[in-house]
Design a protein around this ligand. Structure first.
Ligand code: CIR
Length: 280
């Protein structure tokens, strides 16, 4: 397919000190090609079955966008054992000071972590794992400079949050939790908020008044555009889903440069822009 990235199964080791986890300065991303059984993965929404051809077209455009933004992208081969494994963000929390490999909250996804660890652990020293019964999905973790918001969700439990907070504290980061279990319209915390640098949080209307966000400039996403709250700052662009004109307008008026991507097929499986890659 035109524009499809070459797939490989590991990232060559190189000088870790060259990389910083920073919205502007990170250089690399890793993704995983969707498998032909993508549509058999988990979903809570009822907006149709993804068409695989379109999944691949949209995935190719996503990969091209990361490259266009200047990231060196590695794409792992599809793994048919795990239909949700293209949502690679859920397998790790990557920071400039070390990595925490997660224990995803859905049993069907637990096995996804090993191959991601094998592909990127050479870049991270130290690298931690999580123990049962703790669970964390990377989609629940929002890094805002040196502070991490940890969503407690149907996937990330309190014990997982406790373990993650302890690892982060050991790396010199602060963290706090935000309980999203009552919010039925979002799967993960980052389905509802995104930190896009410059002290700015994109936040869905329902969460905008959370006390923890009071010191940030907030771009508030209305209920009818809430899917667009999951967006990703990559260098000087912000990846944003297609079809949300208010959101793109607000980004522009705050001085950001949106890069718009069609995400319709990933949305059908509860996925957003951030979950398709790990950036470091
Ligand atoms: C799941 O339910 O686990 C996948 N179908 C979607 C995961 C999306 N991940 C994310 O937003 N970080």
């Amino acid at each position: 397919m035109r524009g499809m990235p070459n797939s490989i199964n590991s990232v060559e080791a190189c000088d870790v000190s060259m990389f910083r986890k920073d919205l502007i300065l990170f250089k690399r991303a890793i993704g995983r090609t969707p498998g032909a059984n993508f549509a058999t993965g988990l979903t809570t929404v009822d907006i149709g079955i993804p068409a695989f051809d379109l999944v691949m077209t949209q995935y190719a455009a996503y990969c091209e966008a990361l490259r266009e933004c200047g990231l060196e992208l590695t794409v792992l081969d599809a793994d048919l054992r795990y239909p949700d494994s293209t949502f690679i963000e859920d397998t790790a929390v990557l920071t400039a000071r070390g990595a925490i490999f997660t224990r995803p909250g859905a049993a069907s996804r637990e096995g996804e972590v090993e191959s991601v660890r094998a592909a990127i652990s050479a870049f991270f020293q130290p690298a931690f794992s999580m123990d049962a019964p703790g669970t964390v999905d990377g989609g629940d973790i929002c890094e805002a400079e040196d502070h991490f918001f940890i969503g407690i969700s149907q996937r990330t439990n309190e014990e997982g949050a406790r373990q993650l907070a302890s690892h982060l504290a050991g790396l010199g980061y602060t963290s706090s939790t935000i309980d999203v279990r009552e919010m039925t319209t979002i799967l993960h915390l980052k389905s509802g908020i995104s930190y896009i640098g410059d002290n700015t949080l994109v936040v869905m209307d329902e969460m905008a008044e959370n006390e923890q966000f009071r010191d940030f400039t907030r771009i508030v996403v209305s209920a009818d555009e809430s899917y667009a709250a999951n967006c990703v700052r990559v260098k000087d662009r912000v990846l944003v889903a297609d079809g949300y004109p208010q959101m793109t307008g607000m980004l522009r008026s705050h001085g950001f440069d949106p890069l718009i991507l069609d995400m319709s097929e990933f949305q059908k499986m509860d996925g957003g822009l951030s979950c398709l890659s790990l950036r470091f």
